[in-house]
Design a protein around this ligand. Structure first.
Ligand SMILES: Cc1cc2nc3c(=O)[nH]c(=O)nc-3n(C[C@H](O)[C@H](O)[C@H](O)COP(=O)(O)OP(=O)(O)OC[C@H]3O[C@@H](n4cnc5c(N)ncnc54)[C@H](O)[C@@H]3O)c2cc1C
Length: 566
Protein backbone atom coordinates (compact mmCIF):
# COMPACT_ATOMS: atom_id res chain seq x y z
CA UNK A 1 0.00 0.00 0.00
CA UNK A 2 1.44 3.33 -0.93
CA UNK A 3 0.39 6.57 0.60
CA UNK A 4 0.31 10.19 -0.50
CA UNK A 5 0.12 13.20 1.78
CA UNK A 6 -2.76 15.53 1.07
CA UNK A 7 -2.76 19.30 1.37
CA UNK A 8 -3.90 21.12 4.43
CA UNK A 9 -7.17 22.87 4.04
CA UNK A 10 -7.39 26.40 5.28
CA UNK A 11 -10.26 28.47 6.46
CA UNK A 12 -10.48 30.57 3.34
CA UNK A 13 -10.73 27.56 1.11
CA UNK A 14 -13.25 25.67 3.08
CA UNK A 15 -16.66 25.28 1.62
CA UNK A 16 -19.19 27.49 3.30
CA UNK A 17 -21.78 25.22 4.77
CA UNK A 18 -24.49 27.18 3.11
CA UNK A 19 -23.04 26.24 -0.25
CA UNK A 20 -24.30 23.24 -2.03
CA UNK A 21 -22.06 20.41 -0.99
CA UNK A 22 -23.69 17.79 -3.05
CA UNK A 23 -25.51 14.77 -1.80
CA UNK A 24 -24.92 13.51 1.66
CA UNK A 25 -22.75 10.74 0.41
CA UNK A 26 -20.04 13.31 -0.27
CA UNK A 27 -19.74 13.57 3.47
CA UNK A 28 -17.76 11.16 5.52
CA UNK A 29 -17.79 10.60 9.21
CA UNK A 30 -14.33 9.70 10.41
CA UNK A 31 -13.20 8.66 13.85
CA UNK A 32 -10.19 10.81 14.78
CA UNK A 33 -8.06 10.31 17.80
CA UNK A 34 -7.51 13.02 20.39
CA UNK A 35 -4.76 15.57 19.70
CA UNK A 36 -5.30 17.71 22.71
CA UNK A 37 -1.83 19.21 22.74
CA UNK A 38 -2.07 20.24 19.15
CA UNK A 39 -5.63 21.41 19.56
CA UNK A 40 -5.74 23.40 22.75
CA UNK A 41 -9.19 24.78 22.08
CA UNK A 42 -10.81 21.53 21.16
CA UNK A 43 -11.56 18.41 23.00
CA UNK A 44 -11.38 15.63 20.50
CA UNK A 45 -13.33 12.82 21.99
CA UNK A 46 -15.67 11.39 19.46
CA UNK A 47 -16.45 11.47 15.82
CA UNK A 48 -16.19 14.50 13.62
CA UNK A 49 -18.13 15.28 10.57
CA UNK A 50 -15.70 15.87 7.79
CA UNK A 51 -17.01 18.03 4.99
CA UNK A 52 -15.25 17.92 1.70
CA UNK A 53 -15.58 19.69 -1.54
CA UNK A 54 -12.67 17.90 -3.07
CA UNK A 55 -10.11 15.43 -1.90
CA UNK A 56 -7.74 17.95 -0.34
CA UNK A 57 -10.12 20.21 1.52
CA UNK A 58 -11.70 19.10 4.74
CA UNK A 59 -13.67 20.88 7.40
CA UNK A 60 -14.93 19.55 10.66
CA UNK A 61 -17.30 21.49 12.83
CA UNK A 62 -16.05 21.47 16.34
CA UNK A 63 -19.43 22.54 17.62
CA UNK A 64 -20.87 19.07 17.58
CA UNK A 65 -18.64 17.56 20.16
CA UNK A 66 -19.93 14.72 22.24
CA UNK A 67 -19.64 16.73 25.46
CA UNK A 68 -21.59 19.60 24.00
CA UNK A 69 -24.30 17.27 22.85
CA UNK A 70 -24.52 15.64 26.21
CA UNK A 71 -24.98 19.03 27.81
CA UNK A 72 -27.83 19.78 25.40
CA UNK A 73 -29.38 16.37 26.03
CA UNK A 74 -29.36 17.07 29.74
CA UNK A 75 -31.32 20.31 29.48
CA UNK A 76 -34.04 19.27 27.07
CA UNK A 77 -37.13 17.14 27.57
CA UNK A 78 -37.16 15.97 23.96
CA UNK A 79 -34.51 14.04 22.08
CA UNK A 80 -31.32 14.83 20.19
CA UNK A 81 -30.95 12.56 17.19
CA UNK A 82 -27.63 12.20 15.41
CA UNK A 83 -26.44 10.33 12.33
CA UNK A 84 -26.10 6.70 13.25
CA UNK A 85 -28.95 6.78 15.78
CA UNK A 86 -31.68 4.27 14.89
CA UNK A 87 -34.26 7.08 14.65
CA UNK A 88 -32.10 9.29 12.41
CA UNK A 89 -33.25 8.23 8.95
CA UNK A 90 -36.92 8.48 9.84
CA UNK A 91 -36.44 11.81 11.61
CA UNK A 92 -34.73 13.47 8.65
CA UNK A 93 -37.48 12.51 6.20
CA UNK A 94 -39.97 15.10 5.05
CA UNK A 95 -43.18 14.72 3.09
CA UNK A 96 -41.43 15.21 -0.26
CA UNK A 97 -39.48 12.01 -0.94
CA UNK A 98 -37.25 13.92 -3.39
CA UNK A 99 -35.59 15.63 -0.44
CA UNK A 100 -32.66 13.72 0.99
CA UNK A 101 -30.73 15.88 3.43
CA UNK A 102 -28.48 14.83 6.25
CA UNK A 103 -28.49 17.25 9.14
CA UNK A 104 -25.80 16.96 11.77
CA UNK A 105 -28.43 16.75 14.47
CA UNK A 106 -32.16 16.89 14.95
CA UNK A 107 -33.50 18.34 18.17
CA UNK A 108 -37.00 16.97 18.65
CA UNK A 109 -38.54 19.53 20.94
CA UNK A 110 -41.09 18.50 23.53
CA UNK A 111 -41.64 21.95 24.99
CA UNK A 112 -40.90 25.62 24.48
CA UNK A 113 -37.81 25.48 26.69
CA UNK A 114 -36.36 22.85 24.32
CA UNK A 115 -36.72 25.28 21.45
CA UNK A 116 -34.97 27.96 23.48
CA UNK A 117 -32.16 25.56 24.38
CA UNK A 118 -31.74 24.50 20.76
CA UNK A 119 -31.65 28.08 19.49
CA UNK A 120 -29.05 29.06 22.08
CA UNK A 121 -27.01 25.95 21.38
CA UNK A 122 -26.98 26.71 17.66
CA UNK A 123 -26.34 30.37 18.21
CA UNK A 124 -23.33 29.82 20.43
CA UNK A 125 -21.82 27.56 17.81
CA UNK A 126 -22.88 29.44 14.70
CA UNK A 127 -24.66 26.38 13.40
CA UNK A 128 -26.85 26.34 10.39
CA UNK A 129 -30.44 25.93 11.60
CA UNK A 130 -33.67 24.86 9.98
CA UNK A 131 -37.11 24.57 11.54
CA UNK A 132 -39.57 21.79 11.02
CA UNK A 133 -43.28 21.88 11.71
CA UNK A 134 -45.36 19.40 9.69
CA UNK A 135 -42.57 18.72 7.17
CA UNK A 136 -44.72 19.60 4.14
CA UNK A 137 -42.65 22.44 2.77
CA UNK A 138 -42.18 21.22 -0.80
CA UNK A 139 -38.62 22.53 -1.07
CA UNK A 140 -37.74 20.64 2.11
CA UNK A 141 -36.27 23.65 3.87
CA UNK A 142 -37.35 22.16 7.17
CA UNK A 143 -34.25 19.97 6.99
CA UNK A 144 -30.82 21.46 6.42
CA UNK A 145 -27.72 19.72 5.18
CA UNK A 146 -25.15 19.45 7.93
CA UNK A 147 -26.87 21.75 10.39
CA UNK A 148 -29.26 21.56 13.29
CA UNK A 149 -32.94 20.85 12.73
CA UNK A 150 -35.25 22.26 15.34
CA UNK A 151 -38.12 19.82 14.99
CA UNK A 152 -41.37 20.92 16.58
CA UNK A 153 -43.39 17.95 15.39
CA UNK A 154 -43.73 16.42 18.89
CA UNK A 155 -45.35 19.64 20.18
CA UNK A 156 -49.00 18.71 19.75
CA UNK A 157 -51.00 20.47 22.46
CA UNK A 158 -54.36 21.94 21.38
CA UNK A 159 -56.71 23.95 23.60
CA UNK A 160 -60.08 25.06 22.32
CA UNK A 161 -62.03 27.70 24.21
CA UNK A 162 -65.59 27.46 22.88
CA UNK A 163 -66.86 30.46 24.84
CA UNK A 164 -64.24 32.73 23.29
CA UNK A 165 -64.23 30.82 20.00
CA UNK A 166 -60.49 30.52 19.98
CA UNK A 167 -58.00 27.70 19.75
CA UNK A 168 -54.37 27.60 20.71
CA UNK A 169 -52.28 24.94 19.01
CA UNK A 170 -48.61 24.10 19.27
CA UNK A 171 -46.46 24.19 16.18
CA UNK A 172 -46.25 20.43 15.66
CA UNK A 173 -50.00 20.09 15.13
CA UNK A 174 -51.31 19.05 11.71
CA UNK A 175 -54.49 20.47 10.16
CA UNK A 176 -56.41 17.24 10.58
CA UNK A 177 -55.60 17.22 14.28
CA UNK A 178 -56.74 20.79 14.80
CA UNK A 179 -59.92 20.26 12.75
CA UNK A 180 -60.83 17.20 14.83
CA UNK A 181 -60.67 19.22 18.04
CA UNK A 182 -62.47 22.29 16.79
CA UNK A 183 -65.13 20.40 14.83
CA UNK A 184 -65.99 18.38 17.91
CA UNK A 185 -67.43 21.71 19.11
CA UNK A 186 -68.86 22.75 15.75
CA UNK A 187 -66.08 25.26 15.17
CA UNK A 188 -63.31 25.69 12.59
CA UNK A 189 -60.82 28.13 11.17
CA UNK A 190 -59.40 28.39 7.66
CA UNK A 191 -56.83 25.66 7.18
CA UNK A 192 -55.22 23.70 4.37
CA UNK A 193 -57.08 21.19 2.22
CA UNK A 194 -54.95 18.16 3.15
CA UNK A 195 -55.09 16.95 6.73
CA UNK A 196 -51.46 15.90 7.08
CA UNK A 197 -50.08 19.40 6.35
CA UNK A 198 -48.55 21.22 9.31
CA UNK A 199 -50.33 24.24 10.78
CA UNK A 200 -46.98 26.00 11.32
CA UNK A 201 -45.59 26.40 7.81
CA UNK A 202 -49.05 26.84 6.34
CA UNK A 203 -50.03 29.60 8.76
CA UNK A 204 -46.73 31.41 8.37
CA UNK A 205 -47.19 31.37 4.59
CA UNK A 206 -50.71 32.84 4.77
CA UNK A 207 -52.88 29.75 4.49
CA UNK A 208 -55.53 29.25 1.87
CA UNK A 209 -58.34 26.74 2.20
CA UNK A 210 -62.04 26.01 2.00
CA UNK A 211 -63.17 28.67 4.46
CA UNK A 212 -61.06 31.56 3.17
CA UNK A 213 -63.67 33.36 1.09
CA UNK A 214 -65.98 33.50 4.10
CA UNK A 215 -63.47 33.98 6.92
CA UNK A 216 -60.22 35.11 5.27
CA UNK A 217 -56.96 33.20 4.91
CA UNK A 218 -55.46 31.48 7.93
CA UNK A 219 -53.45 34.51 9.01
CA UNK A 220 -56.57 36.67 8.96
CA UNK A 221 -57.73 34.43 11.82
CA UNK A 222 -54.47 34.48 13.71
CA UNK A 223 -54.91 36.33 17.01
CA UNK A 224 -51.48 35.84 18.49
CA UNK A 225 -48.47 33.57 18.43
CA UNK A 226 -45.78 32.60 20.86
CA UNK A 227 -42.37 32.84 19.29
CA UNK A 228 -38.73 32.17 20.17
CA UNK A 229 -36.52 34.87 18.71
CA UNK A 230 -33.05 34.27 17.25
CA UNK A 231 -31.70 35.52 20.58
CA UNK A 232 -33.56 32.71 22.31
CA UNK A 233 -36.16 34.94 23.99
CA UNK A 234 -39.79 33.88 24.22
CA UNK A 235 -42.26 36.57 23.17
CA UNK A 236 -45.96 36.77 22.43
CA UNK A 237 -46.80 38.61 19.25
CA UNK A 238 -50.22 40.05 18.46
CA UNK A 239 -51.80 43.27 17.23
CA UNK A 240 -50.85 44.80 20.60
CA UNK A 241 -47.53 43.15 21.38
CA UNK A 242 -44.64 43.29 18.89
CA UNK A 243 -47.05 44.34 16.11
CA UNK A 244 -44.28 44.48 13.48
CA UNK A 245 -43.32 40.92 14.14
CA UNK A 246 -46.98 39.94 14.17
CA UNK A 247 -47.37 41.59 10.77
CA UNK A 248 -44.36 39.71 9.41
CA UNK A 249 -45.36 36.24 10.51
CA UNK A 250 -48.74 36.63 8.85
CA UNK A 251 -47.54 35.59 5.40
CA UNK A 252 -43.81 36.21 5.66
CA UNK A 253 -42.89 32.57 6.26
CA UNK A 254 -40.55 31.22 8.86
CA UNK A 255 -37.98 33.95 8.74
CA UNK A 256 -38.71 35.88 11.89
CA UNK A 257 -38.33 33.47 14.74
CA UNK A 258 -39.58 30.06 15.71
CA UNK A 259 -43.27 29.99 16.46
CA UNK A 260 -44.10 27.55 19.23
CA UNK A 261 -47.88 28.06 19.26
CA UNK A 262 -50.62 29.84 17.35
CA UNK A 263 -53.88 31.28 18.65
CA UNK A 264 -56.68 31.23 16.08
CA UNK A 265 -60.13 32.76 15.89
CA UNK A 266 -62.77 30.08 15.27
CA UNK A 267 -66.10 30.20 13.48
CA UNK A 268 -69.24 28.14 13.66
CA UNK A 269 -69.22 25.51 10.95
CA UNK A 270 -71.14 22.35 10.19
CA UNK A 271 -70.13 19.85 11.28
CA UNK A 272 -71.95 18.88 8.03
CA UNK A 273 -71.24 21.01 4.99
CA UNK A 274 -72.41 20.78 1.40
CA UNK A 275 -69.22 19.83 -0.35
CA UNK A 276 -67.47 17.52 -2.75
CA UNK A 277 -66.33 17.10 -6.35
CA UNK A 278 -67.95 16.98 -9.78
CA UNK A 279 -65.91 15.23 -12.44
CA UNK A 280 -66.03 16.02 -16.17
CA UNK A 281 -64.01 14.54 -19.03
CA UNK A 282 -60.97 16.65 -19.84
CA UNK A 283 -62.29 17.01 -23.40
CA UNK A 284 -65.14 19.06 -21.91
CA UNK A 285 -62.78 21.18 -19.81
CA UNK A 286 -62.72 24.32 -22.02
CA UNK A 287 -66.49 24.71 -21.96
CA UNK A 288 -66.78 23.61 -18.32
CA UNK A 289 -64.18 26.16 -17.24
CA UNK A 290 -65.75 28.97 -19.27
CA UNK A 291 -69.05 28.21 -17.56
CA UNK A 292 -67.29 27.91 -14.20
CA UNK A 293 -65.68 31.34 -14.67
CA UNK A 294 -69.09 32.95 -15.14
CA UNK A 295 -70.66 30.92 -12.35
CA UNK A 296 -68.16 31.99 -9.70
CA UNK A 297 -68.18 35.67 -10.68
CA UNK A 298 -71.04 36.48 -8.32
CA UNK A 299 -70.68 33.53 -5.98
CA UNK A 300 -71.41 34.26 -2.32
CA UNK A 301 -68.50 34.21 0.14
CA UNK A 302 -69.80 30.96 1.60
CA UNK A 303 -68.80 29.18 -1.60
CA UNK A 304 -65.17 28.32 -2.23
CA UNK A 305 -64.19 26.21 -5.22
CA UNK A 306 -61.07 24.53 -6.53
CA UNK A 307 -60.63 22.93 -9.91
CA UNK A 308 -58.16 20.21 -10.62
CA UNK A 309 -56.91 19.03 -14.01
CA UNK A 310 -55.51 15.51 -13.82
CA UNK A 311 -56.06 11.84 -14.50
CA UNK A 312 -58.89 10.76 -12.21
CA UNK A 313 -57.45 9.37 -8.99
CA UNK A 314 -58.51 5.93 -7.75
CA UNK A 315 -60.79 7.32 -5.05
CA UNK A 316 -63.57 5.13 -3.65
CA UNK A 317 -66.19 7.70 -4.67
CA UNK A 318 -65.35 7.12 -8.37
CA UNK A 319 -66.44 4.10 -10.39
CA UNK A 320 -63.39 2.06 -11.45
CA UNK A 321 -63.95 2.83 -15.16
CA UNK A 322 -63.25 6.52 -14.49
CA UNK A 323 -59.96 5.86 -12.65
CA UNK A 324 -57.03 7.18 -14.67
CA UNK A 325 -59.21 9.03 -17.19
CA UNK A 326 -58.10 12.65 -17.81
CA UNK A 327 -60.65 14.85 -16.07
CA UNK A 328 -61.39 18.29 -14.78
CA UNK A 329 -62.69 18.13 -11.23
CA UNK A 330 -64.56 21.06 -9.74
CA UNK A 331 -64.59 20.69 -5.98
CA UNK A 332 -66.83 22.90 -3.84
CA UNK A 333 -67.40 23.71 -0.21
CA UNK A 334 -70.40 25.73 0.93
CA UNK A 335 -69.70 27.14 4.39
CA UNK A 336 -73.31 27.96 5.18
CA UNK A 337 -76.70 26.28 5.53
CA UNK A 338 -76.91 23.16 3.39
CA UNK A 339 -80.28 24.06 1.84
CA UNK A 340 -78.95 27.47 0.81
CA UNK A 341 -75.87 25.85 -0.69
CA UNK A 342 -77.98 23.50 -2.78
CA UNK A 343 -79.71 26.49 -4.36
CA UNK A 344 -76.43 28.28 -5.01
CA UNK A 345 -74.86 25.19 -6.59
CA UNK A 346 -77.84 24.24 -8.74
CA UNK A 347 -76.60 25.92 -11.96
CA UNK A 348 -73.16 24.32 -11.66
CA UNK A 349 -74.61 20.89 -11.05
CA UNK A 350 -77.01 21.27 -13.96
CA UNK A 351 -74.29 22.20 -16.43
CA UNK A 352 -72.88 19.85 -19.07
CA UNK A 353 -72.45 16.12 -18.70
CA UNK A 354 -70.53 15.34 -15.55
CA UNK A 355 -69.00 11.88 -15.27
CA UNK A 356 -69.75 11.84 -11.56
CA UNK A 357 -71.38 14.39 -9.27
CA UNK A 358 -70.28 13.57 -5.72
CA UNK A 359 -71.36 16.84 -4.10
CA UNK A 360 -73.37 16.15 -0.98
CA UNK A 361 -73.76 16.88 2.70
CA UNK A 362 -70.77 15.46 4.54
CA UNK A 363 -68.73 16.24 7.63
CA UNK A 364 -66.28 19.06 7.07
CA UNK A 365 -63.55 16.73 8.35
CA UNK A 366 -64.45 14.25 5.59
CA UNK A 367 -64.00 16.98 2.98
CA UNK A 368 -60.68 17.90 4.54
CA UNK A 369 -59.35 14.36 4.24
CA UNK A 370 -60.93 13.59 0.86
CA UNK A 371 -57.76 14.19 -1.14
CA UNK A 372 -55.16 13.09 1.40
CA UNK A 373 -54.44 9.93 -0.54
CA UNK A 374 -53.51 11.87 -3.68
CA UNK A 375 -50.56 13.55 -1.96
CA UNK A 376 -48.98 10.88 0.23
CA UNK A 377 -45.71 11.11 2.08
CA UNK A 378 -42.68 9.80 0.23
CA UNK A 379 -43.65 10.43 -3.40
CA UNK A 380 -41.48 12.90 -5.24
CA UNK A 381 -42.85 16.37 -5.84
CA UNK A 382 -41.88 19.49 -7.73
CA UNK A 383 -44.27 22.43 -7.56
CA UNK A 384 -44.63 25.69 -9.43
CA UNK A 385 -47.26 28.28 -8.78
CA UNK A 386 -48.88 31.45 -10.14
CA UNK A 387 -51.63 33.86 -9.35
CA UNK A 388 -54.16 34.61 -12.06
CA UNK A 389 -56.78 37.30 -12.63
CA UNK A 390 -60.30 36.06 -13.57
CA UNK A 391 -59.81 33.31 -16.13
CA UNK A 392 -59.38 34.55 -19.68
CA UNK A 393 -60.09 32.21 -22.59
CA UNK A 394 -56.33 32.16 -23.16
CA UNK A 395 -55.65 31.08 -19.58
CA UNK A 396 -58.24 28.32 -19.86
CA UNK A 397 -56.68 27.06 -23.09
CA UNK A 398 -53.21 27.10 -21.59
CA UNK A 399 -54.31 25.30 -18.45
CA UNK A 400 -56.11 22.58 -20.37
CA UNK A 401 -53.45 22.14 -23.04
CA UNK A 402 -50.56 21.82 -20.59
CA UNK A 403 -52.48 19.69 -18.14
CA UNK A 404 -53.25 17.29 -20.98
CA UNK A 405 -49.53 17.09 -21.78
CA UNK A 406 -48.52 15.93 -18.32
CA UNK A 407 -45.81 13.33 -18.22
CA UNK A 408 -46.77 11.50 -15.04
CA UNK A 409 -50.19 10.06 -14.20
CA UNK A 410 -49.69 11.34 -10.65
CA UNK A 411 -49.16 14.99 -11.61
CA UNK A 412 -51.93 17.55 -11.48
CA UNK A 413 -52.74 21.23 -11.73
CA UNK A 414 -54.96 22.59 -9.00
CA UNK A 415 -56.48 26.08 -9.09
CA UNK A 416 -57.97 27.78 -6.03
CA UNK A 417 -60.69 30.40 -6.26
CA UNK A 418 -59.69 33.42 -4.17
CA UNK A 419 -61.71 36.62 -3.62
CA UNK A 420 -64.39 37.19 -0.99
CA UNK A 421 -62.95 37.87 2.46
CA UNK A 422 -59.39 37.26 1.17
CA UNK A 423 -59.56 40.38 -0.97
CA UNK A 424 -61.21 42.56 1.68
CA UNK A 425 -58.13 42.69 3.90
CA UNK A 426 -55.86 45.55 2.91
CA UNK A 427 -52.75 44.65 0.92
CA UNK A 428 -50.43 46.11 3.55
CA UNK A 429 -52.24 44.80 6.61
CA UNK A 430 -50.39 41.52 6.67
CA UNK A 431 -47.34 40.15 4.90
CA UNK A 432 -49.64 37.98 2.78
CA UNK A 433 -49.95 39.78 -0.53
CA UNK A 434 -51.59 39.55 -3.94
CA UNK A 435 -54.92 39.55 -2.18
CA UNK A 436 -56.79 40.78 -5.21
CA UNK A 437 -55.74 37.91 -7.47
CA UNK A 438 -58.69 35.76 -8.53
CA UNK A 439 -56.92 32.41 -8.54
CA UNK A 440 -53.90 30.63 -7.20
CA UNK A 441 -52.64 27.93 -9.56
CA UNK A 442 -50.40 25.08 -8.44
CA UNK A 443 -48.68 22.98 -11.05
CA UNK A 444 -47.65 19.89 -9.18
CA UNK A 445 -45.31 17.41 -10.84
CA UNK A 446 -45.48 14.12 -8.97
CA UNK A 447 -43.66 10.85 -9.49
CA UNK A 448 -42.40 7.93 -7.46
CA UNK A 449 -38.91 6.96 -6.45
CA UNK A 450 -38.62 4.24 -9.07
CA UNK A 451 -39.34 6.62 -11.96
CA UNK A 452 -36.45 6.34 -14.38
CA UNK A 453 -36.88 9.74 -16.01
CA UNK A 454 -37.98 12.17 -13.32
CA UNK A 455 -36.52 15.16 -15.16
CA UNK A 456 -39.34 15.15 -17.68
CA UNK A 457 -41.89 15.80 -14.96
CA UNK A 458 -39.95 18.77 -13.67
CA UNK A 459 -39.64 20.08 -17.21
CA UNK A 460 -43.39 19.65 -17.72
CA UNK A 461 -44.07 21.81 -14.67
CA UNK A 462 -41.60 24.45 -15.80
CA UNK A 463 -42.98 24.56 -19.35
CA UNK A 464 -46.50 24.80 -18.00
CA UNK A 465 -45.56 27.57 -15.61
CA UNK A 466 -43.75 29.54 -18.32
CA UNK A 467 -46.73 29.20 -20.64
CA UNK A 468 -49.03 30.66 -17.98
CA UNK A 469 -46.79 33.65 -17.42
CA UNK A 470 -48.53 35.97 -19.92
CA UNK A 471 -51.84 35.25 -18.16
CA UNK A 472 -50.53 35.95 -14.68
CA UNK A 473 -51.90 38.44 -12.24
CA UNK A 474 -49.72 41.55 -12.53
CA UNK A 475 -47.20 41.79 -9.76
CA UNK A 476 -46.71 45.01 -7.96
CA UNK A 477 -42.96 45.14 -8.14
CA UNK A 478 -42.41 43.48 -11.46
CA UNK A 479 -40.81 40.19 -12.21
CA UNK A 480 -37.72 39.32 -10.29
CA UNK A 481 -38.43 41.91 -7.64
CA UNK A 482 -41.19 39.97 -6.00
CA UNK A 483 -41.25 40.51 -2.28
CA UNK A 484 -40.46 37.54 -0.10
CA UNK A 485 -43.74 38.03 1.66
CA UNK A 486 -46.09 36.76 -0.95
CA UNK A 487 -48.66 34.06 -0.83
CA UNK A 488 -47.12 31.28 1.21
CA UNK A 489 -47.90 27.70 0.59
CA UNK A 490 -44.36 27.25 -0.66
CA UNK A 491 -45.37 29.37 -3.61
CA UNK A 492 -42.72 31.98 -3.04
CA UNK A 493 -40.17 29.26 -2.53
CA UNK A 494 -41.19 27.61 -5.73
CA UNK A 495 -40.76 30.89 -7.56
CA UNK A 496 -37.28 31.54 -6.31
CA UNK A 497 -34.72 29.61 -8.27
CA UNK A 498 -33.06 28.28 -5.16
CA UNK A 499 -36.36 26.98 -3.88
CA UNK A 500 -36.90 24.73 -6.83
CA UNK A 501 -36.38 21.08 -6.28
CA UNK A 502 -36.09 18.48 -8.87
CA UNK A 503 -34.27 15.25 -9.32
CA UNK A 504 -31.23 16.85 -10.81
CA UNK A 505 -31.25 20.07 -8.88
CA UNK A 506 -31.64 19.93 -5.19
CA UNK A 507 -31.58 23.30 -3.58
CA UNK A 508 -28.61 24.35 -1.55
CA UNK A 509 -29.33 24.20 2.14
CA UNK A 510 -31.45 27.25 2.85
CA UNK A 511 -31.15 28.33 6.42
CA UNK A 512 -34.40 29.92 7.45
CA UNK A 513 -32.90 30.92 10.73
CA UNK A 514 -29.28 31.77 11.06
CA UNK A 515 -28.09 31.52 14.58
CA UNK A 516 -25.79 34.49 14.15
CA UNK A 517 -27.16 36.55 11.30
CA UNK A 518 -24.47 39.20 11.47
CA UNK A 519 -21.59 36.87 10.94
CA UNK A 520 -20.94 36.12 7.33
CA UNK A 521 -19.23 32.93 6.50
CA UNK A 522 -16.15 33.28 4.32
CA UNK A 523 -16.77 32.62 0.67
CA UNK A 524 -16.07 29.02 0.00
CA UNK A 525 -14.97 26.89 -2.88
CA UNK A 526 -17.97 25.96 -4.96
CA UNK A 527 -18.32 22.33 -4.18
CA UNK A 528 -20.53 21.67 -7.15
CA UNK A 529 -17.54 22.00 -9.46
CA UNK A 530 -15.13 19.84 -7.57
CA UNK A 531 -17.01 17.60 -5.26
CA UNK A 532 -15.50 14.22 -4.76
CA UNK A 533 -16.31 11.42 -2.46
CA UNK A 534 -14.14 10.95 0.60
CA UNK A 535 -14.55 7.61 2.21
CA UNK A 536 -13.28 6.57 5.59
CA UNK A 537 -11.69 3.45 4.22
CA UNK A 538 -9.33 5.38 2.01
CA UNK A 539 -7.89 7.48 4.82
CA UNK A 540 -4.79 5.97 6.35
CA UNK A 541 -3.85 8.71 8.79
CA UNK A 542 -5.12 12.07 9.82
CA UNK A 543 -3.78 15.10 11.64
CA UNK A 544 -5.42 18.34 12.51
CA UNK A 545 -5.07 21.94 13.59
CA UNK A 546 -7.73 24.17 15.06
CA UNK A 547 -8.57 27.58 13.68
CA UNK A 548 -10.68 29.95 15.70
CA UNK A 549 -11.68 33.06 13.87
CA UNK A 550 -11.59 36.03 16.25
CA UNK A 551 -14.99 37.40 15.31
CA UNK A 552 -16.69 34.07 15.38
CA UNK A 553 -17.76 31.37 17.73
CA UNK A 554 -16.99 28.87 15.01
CA UNK A 555 -13.97 26.71 15.52
CA UNK A 556 -12.89 25.10 12.34
CA UNK A 557 -10.84 21.98 12.46
CA UNK A 558 -8.39 21.92 9.60
CA UNK A 559 -7.34 18.50 8.50
CA UNK A 560 -4.51 16.90 6.63
CA UNK A 561 -4.72 13.31 5.71
CA UNK A 562 -2.90 10.57 4.00
CA UNK A 563 -4.87 8.22 1.89
CA UNK A 564 -4.34 5.18 -0.18
CA UNK A 565 -3.35 5.92 -3.71
CA UNK A 566 -5.67 4.23 -6.12
C1 LIG B 1 -49.98 18.02 0.45
C2 LIG B 1 -49.91 19.51 0.68
C3 LIG B 1 -51.07 20.25 0.71
C4 LIG B 1 -51.01 21.62 0.93
N1 LIG B 1 -52.18 22.34 0.96
C5 LIG B 1 -52.14 23.64 1.24
C6 LIG B 1 -53.34 24.39 1.37
O1 LIG B 1 -54.43 23.89 1.21
N2 LIG B 1 -53.24 25.69 1.67
C7 LIG B 1 -52.04 26.30 1.86
O2 LIG B 1 -52.02 27.49 2.12
N3 LIG B 1 -50.89 25.62 1.73
C8 LIG B 1 -50.92 24.32 1.42
N4 LIG B 1 -49.76 23.62 1.30
C9 LIG B 1 -48.47 24.30 1.40
C10 LIG B 1 -48.06 24.34 2.85
O3 LIG B 1 -48.77 25.36 3.48
C11 LIG B 1 -46.57 24.63 2.96
O4 LIG B 1 -45.84 23.63 2.31
C12 LIG B 1 -46.16 24.74 4.41
O5 LIG B 1 -44.86 25.24 4.47
C13 LIG B 1 -46.21 23.42 5.13
O6 LIG B 1 -46.02 23.61 6.49
P1 LIG B 1 -45.38 22.47 7.39
O7 LIG B 1 -45.28 22.99 8.78
O8 LIG B 1 -46.06 21.18 7.14
O9 LIG B 1 -43.97 22.34 6.68
P2 LIG B 1 -42.46 22.40 7.15
O10 LIG B 1 -41.73 21.82 6.00
O11 LIG B 1 -42.26 21.79 8.48
O12 LIG B 1 -42.20 23.92 7.25
C14 LIG B 1 -42.06 24.71 6.09
C15 LIG B 1 -41.20 25.90 6.45
O13 LIG B 1 -41.93 26.71 7.37
C16 LIG B 1 -41.07 27.21 8.37
N5 LIG B 1 -41.56 26.75 9.67
C17 LIG B 1 -42.18 25.60 9.96
N6 LIG B 1 -42.52 25.58 11.24
C18 LIG B 1 -42.10 26.74 11.77
C19 LIG B 1 -42.18 27.31 13.05
N7 LIG B 1 -42.78 26.70 14.04
N8 LIG B 1 -41.63 28.52 13.24
C20 LIG B 1 -41.02 29.16 12.24
N9 LIG B 1 -40.93 28.68 10.99
C21 LIG B 1 -41.46 27.48 10.76
C22 LIG B 1 -39.71 26.71 8.11
O14 LIG B 1 -39.01 27.68 7.40
C23 LIG B 1 -39.92 25.53 7.22
O15 LIG B 1 -38.86 25.35 6.36
C24 LIG B 1 -49.77 22.26 1.09
C25 LIG B 1 -48.60 21.51 1.05
C26 LIG B 1 -48.67 20.16 0.85
C27 LIG B 1 -47.41 19.38 0.77
Amino acid sequence: MTGSAEELADDERRPALSEKLGPSRDRAELAVSAHEQRLPQLELRGKFEIWTCDSDVGVARSALMADDLNRLRQVIEGAVIRPGDPAYDEARKVWNGAIDRSPAMIVRCAEVSDVVAAVRFARERDLLVSVRGGGHGVGGHAVCEGGLVIDLSPMKAIEVEPSRRTARAQAGVLWGELDQETQALGLATTGGVVTHTGIAGLTLGGGIGWLMRKHGVTVDNLLSAELVTVEGDVVTVSAEEHPDLFWAIRGGGGNFGIVTSFEYRLHRLGPQVLAGPIFYALDDAPKVLRFYRDFITDAPDELTTIFNLRPAPSLPLLPPEVHGRPVVIVVVCYAGPIGEGKVVLRPLRAFGSPLVDAIGARPYTALQSMFDATAPHGWHYYWKSSELPPLSNGAIETLVEHAAAQTSPLSYCITFQLGGAVSRVGEGETAFSQRDAAHNVNINAVWTEDDEEPKRHVEWARRFHAALEPCEFPRRRGRGARPECVRGREVPAARRAEGEVGPEQFPPPQPKHRAAPNERRPAGVRASRRSQRLSAQRITSISSTAVTRPASTTRTLVLAWTRESS
